[in-house]
Design a protein. Structure first.
Length: 154
């Protein structure tokens, strides 16, 4: 899917309230979950032990919530592109929730809605995008987070 393109950071300010579109679908593999477990030291069996997880509460292994959230960094450039910037930086996040699990083998994608865009000191524009990560075929989202990015004009 094509990203929503803004020609400058200032152009974000007129798009507050706009849904920006969706990312591509991504399959969540056990290998990705295992690599995240190695990187973070979180080896809880619901994530890394498929045999035990088969009899667990989800019937299979599930992705870590923070793995799902970290994939927002992969999805955002597929959803929104801001041109004519010298730099864009992740500034933080607000209101992080994990309403539903992400079973290994499922596919996820993210949608974004621009909920704030304000000029900050130095001429940058700070944008807050509510990102909702959905699991294909599931009613409840897997992750909802309000990302905060700063875009410095070129």
């Amino acid at each position: 899917m094509a990203a929503t393109v803004f020609d400058s950071p200032a152009a974000l300010r007129s798009a507050v309230g706009k849904h920006l579109g969706y990312s591509d679908w991504l399959e969540i593999t056990q290998e990705r979950v295992d690599r995240f477990a190695e990187a973070t030291g979180d080896h809880q069996w619901i994530h890394v032990d498929p045999v035990r997880a088969k009899d667990g509460p989800f019937g299979t292994t599930i992705a870590h919530g923070y793995l799902t959230m970290s994939l927002v960094n992969l999805f955002l450039p597929q959803i929104v592109e801001v041109r004519n910037v010298s730099m864009g930086v992740n500034y933080g996040a607000d209101r992080l929730r994990f309403p539903a699990p992400v079973p290994v083998g499922s596919r996820i994608r993210a949608g974004g809605e621009l909920i704030e865009a304000d000029e900050v000191k130095g001429g940058a524009v700070q944008a807050k995008i509510r990102v909702t990560v959905e699991v294909e075929g599931q009613d409840r989202p897997a992750c909802v987070v309000e990302t905060i990015s700063r875009f410095v004009p070129a």
